[in-house]
Design a protein around this ligand. Structure first.
Ligand code: NAD
Length: 369
């Protein structure tokens, strides 16, 4: 009975979207999946906001092993328009409340969660329970407990999990990773800042949806860069201080500007800064005679920088296309993602520790990262 009710509710929802009844009833998805290249996996984007629309959708036109095959959205009209304009079946438009139905959709192999941070865990778990591989945007979740829940759900469902850590697929950051691997001398001085002036976009300034302030949203890039500069290791301790709020009315329950330090086991030390009321986008790591610097450091394109060896210059790449193709290849070749749940969880441990340090004023041991 509940299944029948769900079918009726879905038909009503799709009717509101102007999706033809025939496309609801006919197995167009099956026909399409039979005609698309065998090794191209179908991706459903969950949340059709700014990042999904401006970066992921265009990137999916460049991917070799993935294609846009469906969406999960709160707006049936928007979903139908996407299906029409971007050439996927209207059958593969879902509401957040009916993500369990993804299980019956052979067109979808990967579900890519691009909703506000505090909804990531719920949407990832629903995707995993529907038997779909999962990509989760950063930050992975808003707590370590949630990260564990997502990892557990993916393990139980035997699906693979990856994070939207696009910079791991950027050639400038690959240089940093290679330098860190050389292990000649540690990058004992690392500095990174990522900040912008937050206007509009209310969910980013509310703890209930964002999980925190700019640390969750922007500081995570500095954390990622520092861990990369430390050879992929997590810090052993952190300290942090919140700066006085210039707009306390706007940033009521989240930090506005934060400075923190991370000390790593190899002697590397990073000083990070992030703010919703400043503008910065840079990263520098130095140790002995070696150094690496980027500005802008964390954007999707137009990165610029140099090392002790000279200027860096790479042809433009679409980080998101590389990131999604790398995950698709993991699925096709039955390997784990290099930017998977363990790395996402590590970053949540670090973020929780930084918040603890900020709230207590103490240096916090980072254990379990
Ligand atoms: P956005 O506000 O533009 O889009 C969020 C989407 O979620 C919207 O479509 C909105 O309708 C939907 N949504 C569903 N439930 C919602 C609810 N209860 N409240 C508010 N919105 C709801 O945000 P965005 O900038 O696209 O960010 C989405 C996610 O992507 C965030 O987790 C963010 O950290 C991440 N992101 C990553 C990058 C990157 O470079 N990797 C860049 C931007 C954003």
């Amino acid at each position: 009975m509940e299944r029948l009710n769900r079918t009726i509710r879905r038909r009503t929802w799709l009717k509101a979207a102007g999706v033809a009844a025939s496309s609801v009833l006919l197995p167009a998805a099956v026909v399409r999946s039979a005609t698309r290249p065998r090794r191209q996996l179908g991706v459903a984007l969950v949340g059709l906001g700014s990042y999904a629309n401006s970066k992921l959708r265009p990137a999916l036109r460049e991917t070799e092993f993935c294609r846009l095959a469906g969406v999960v959205t709160g707006s049936a009209q928007k979903g139908a328009a996407w299906a029409h304009h971007y050439d996927f079946s209207g059958d593969s438009v879902y509401h957040y409340e009916e993500m369990d139905r993804l299980a019956d959709d052979p067109n979808i192999d990967i579900v890519y969660v691009v909703t506000p941070n505090a909804l990531h865990a719920e949407h990832c778990i629903k995707a995993a329970r529907a038997g779909k591989h999962v990509i989760c945007e950063k930050p992975f979740t808003v707590s370590v407990a949630e990260a564990d829940a997502v990892i557990g759900a993916c393990r139980t469902a035997e699906v693979k999990l990856s994070l939207g850590y696009r910079l791991h697929f950027d050639p400038y950051h690959e240089v940093l990773r290679d330098l860190a691997r050389e292990k000649e001398a540690p990058f004992d001085h690392i500095r990174g800042s990522l900040s912008f002036e937050l206007r509009g976009n209310a969910w980013r300034a509310t703890k209930v949806l964002a999980g925190g302030g700019p640390l969750m949203d922007l500081g995570i890039y500095v954390i990622q860069g520092a861990c990369m500069a430390a050879g992929g290791l997590a810090p052993t301790s952190v300290s942090a201080r919140q700066l006085p709020k210039l707009r306390p009315d706007r940033f009521v329950d989240v930090e506005e500007t934060l400075e923190w330090t991370m000390d790593f086991p190899g002697g590397e030390r990073c000083v990070g800064r992030t703010s919703y009321n400043e503008s910065a986008n840079r990263f520098r790591a130095e140790g002995g005679k070696r150094w690496f610097e980027l500005e802008p450091a964390f954007t999707s394109s137009d990165l610029a920088g140099a090392t002790h060896g000279g200027p860096l210059q790479f042809a433009p790449v679409t980080q998101q296309a590389r990131q999604m193709d790398a995950f698709a290849r993991c699925i096709l070749e039955d390997r784990e993602s290099a930017v998977g749940g363990a790395m996402g969880r590590r970053d949540m441990v670090i973020i929780e520790s930084i918040y603890r340090a900020m709230n207590t004023g103490e240096t916090v041991d980072v254990t379990g990262a």
